[in-house]
Design a protein around this ligand. Structure first.
Ligand SMILES: Nc1ncnc2c1ncn2[C@@H]1O[C@H](COP(=O)(O)OP(=O)(O)OP(=O)(O)O)[C@@H](O)[C@H]1O
Ligand SMILES: [Mg+2]
Length: 606
């Protein structure tokens, strides 16, 4: 049985979320919300109005027939006109409600999307985005954004309308016998409660089984997305993923089917109770009519109101339950908006020294990812101004993580990073990032034009085509741009019908983003040439010298031949800094670097 206090609590949460949603609608589309509110009120009253007029017509006709009087044509005519008017009102309003609902839906969806994007934009670091639970929730919010606002609108309108009709029917039925609406309502209550309980259970089951639902979606997307199409065909993975889908489906479907069948059983049993209650009231009304206590019009009114009451009650319960699911979605949305940023920012913060005089120092830096996996341990070193430092180490050694700390996408778990003696956390973050030109290992491939893709490095370049051309030339991309008749204006990415670049061409493009950021003091290159052919790599490394001029450069690469140009090399292993020195020094030491070098040298001399 339901616990009354729990029930009250959930009712409280429900109404609170409902009010927040109404406020949201009002903010997103005030005019349209008022229109829909008024239309809902009118439409809710129309059934009661037409039933009431029908009763008056029947009574007038019955009086004329039984008392053999002349029918008062004028008053009957007026009543019929009123009846037609009420129906007309409903029909005339409907297309406008549809149109306005469409408009609100557009506005509310855009409003929610904008709030989501603005909020996400306030997170200065990656903690939230790399936290699986948070990321899951965010994906859910984004995915359901296409239909939840529409659900909200429709259910609010339909629920509001059926509630008004219900109240109006109670007002019509009460004069026949004040207990009648009570009996009908009480007979319907068990059905409502059970429906509510089961819908909640169904929702909770869906929620608990959301990993299965996501697994189903994942398998479908692997089979239907271009990213995986090559491997799915080559490795013949079709039946593997289809099998995964089916297993997840079976497990989800089993629990849902069981619940739905139980719900249907309860509903049919309880429908019996409520029908009996209605039958009893009907019998009583007919008896009253025989005793001439009530008019024939009132019998009609009873029959019609009862049918309308039943319909509205069912509609009300249905929309209430559907709204429940939407409100849970909206709760998640409001929670997201209330989410505190995980990184504390110093605003406005200390100005970034320009130029940096003494260097950037890591002091006993430890870092663990949000899942508590330790990625960097006790790292201490200094990047001196205008120096080029290479970082080498095996996969997973912590090189890219170090870049994330330097760009302040994360703060160290322990220790500090100092810029000319000032803690990085105290510097103005925007200014700091403005001083960095970075090519990430997993750089973005945007569905924009080729020129825009490069200009993302510094959007002001869009007004300075000469800087764009300079970057294209320096990154060795002239050949790539010349291939297209539309040059820099060639759209890239298949999403909007653009063309595709090869892996190496994309990498050159990512590099040109760094060339665009001419004034940056710090240059970070994380595997910038991994996908380049030997000629391009050779050319690019020569250009690095130029790119790195006057900048402090951090170069991460597995190609040891190219780290020789660095002033200093840091060797990372399992999150620790194990060696530091010039190429020659490290070779002489005969440690990890020398081993790696010898392995590659042997490989290349083959
Ligand atoms: N977002 C993340 N959440 C949890 N752990 C992570 C995350 N990113 C990286 N790691 C872990 O941190 C460690 C260091 O990863 P990192 O990406 O810094 O390695 P790397 O030296 O750049 O390797 P590679 O040469 O393959 O690029 C790895 O063990 C990795 O599994
Ligand atoms: Mg890496």
């Amino acid at each position: 049985m339901i616990d009354f206090r729990d029930w009250l609590d959930s009712l409280h949460d429900y109404t609170r979320a409902l009010f927040r949603c109404l406020k949201l609608l009002w903010t997103a589309a005030p005019g349209e919300t008022v229109f829909i509110g008024a239309a809902v009120l009118l439409q809710g009253l129309v059934p009661a109005l037409s039933i009431w007029i029908s009763k008056l017509v029947v009574d007038t006709v019955a009086t004329a027939l039984t008392q053999r009087e002349n029918l008062e044509q004028v008053s009957v005519g007026l009543l019929v006109a009123g009846w037609v008017g009420a129906l007309l009102l409903e029909y005339l309003l409907n297309p406008w409600i549809q149109a306005v609902q469409g408009n609100i839906n557009d506005k509310v969806t855009a409003h929610i999307s904008l709030l989501l994007m603005h909020k996400a934009d306030t997170f200065a670091d990656l903690t939230h985005f790399e936290d699986p639970k948070f990321y899951d929730e965010l994906q859910l919010l984004q995915k359901e954004l296409s239909y939840q606002p529409l659900n909200l609108l429709q259910n609010l309108a339909e629920g509001g309308q059926s509630f008004i009709t219900l109240v109006a029917m109670v007002a019509l039925l009460a004069p026949l016998g004040f207990w009648i609406p009570f009996v009908i309502a009480i007979a319907a209550i068990p059905q409502i409660v059970v429906s509510f309980q089961y819908e909640t259970k169904i929702w909770l089951t869906l929620f608990e089984n959301s990993p299965q639902a996501r697994r189903m979606q994942y398998c479908t997307s692997v089979m239907l997305t271009d990213t995986y199409a090559k491997e799915v065909r080559l490795f013949k993975l079709g039946s593997f993923f289809i099998g995964g889908y089916l297993r997840a489906f079976q497990s989800l479907h089993q629990s849902m089917r069981h619940l739905r069948e139980k719900q249907a059983l309860w509903s049919t049993s309880l429908a019996l109770v409520s029908t009996l209650g209605n039958g009893f009231a009907f019998y009583w009304v007919v008896q009253q009519a025989f005793r001439r206590q009530i008019s024939p019009g009132s019998v009609l009114l009873f029959i019609e109101s009862l049918a309308s009451f039943q319909r509205s009650l069912e509609e009300f319960v249905r929309t209430w339950l559907e709204l429940y699911e939407t409100l849970l979605y909206m709760e998640q949305f409001f929670n997201f908006l209330n989410k505190e940023p995980s990184m504390v920012l110093c605003v406005p913060g200390t100005p970034v020294p320009n130029p940096i005089q003494y260097g950037i120092s890591f002091k006993k830096v430890h870092f663990s990812y949000p899942d508590n996996r330790s990625a960097l341990k006790d790292i201490s070193f200094t990047l001196y101004p205008n120096e080029t430092v290479a970082i080498v180490g095996e996969n997973g050694a912590g090189k890219s993580t170090l870049v994330k700390l330097l760009t302040r996408l994360y703060d160290p778990t322990e220790g500090v990073i100092l810029v000319d003696g000032v803690d990085l956390r105290e510097l103005n973050l925007n200014e700091w990032r403005h001083q960095i030109a970075a090519v990430f290992q997993d750089f973005g491939r945007y569905a924009l034009t080729l020129g825009e893709n490069i200009a993302l490095g510094d959007l002001t370049v869009l007004e300075h085509p000469e800087t764009l051309r300079y970057a294209i030339e320096k990154a060795g991309m002239v050949g790539v741009v010349e291939k297209f008749s539309t040059k820099e204006n060639t759209p890239l990415g298949k999403q909007f019908g653009g063309t595709e670049l090869s892996g190496g061409e994309w990498q050159k493009l990512a590099l040109s983003r760094a060339f665009v950021r001419k004034r940056a003091q710090l240059l970070i290159l994380d595997e910038p040439t991994a996908a380049l052919d030997p000629r391009s790599e050779y050319e690019i490394y020569h250009r690095f010298v130029e790119l790195a001029e006057g900048k402090t450069t951090l170069l991460i690469t597995h190609r040891l031949a190219s780290v020789r140009m660095a002033d200093r090399i840091l060797v990372l292993k399992a999150g620790r800094l194990i060696e530091e020195g010039t190429h020659q020094e490290l070779l002489r030491r005969g440690g990890e670097y020398a081993t790696l070098w010898n392995m590659q040298a042997k490989h290349y001399s083959l």
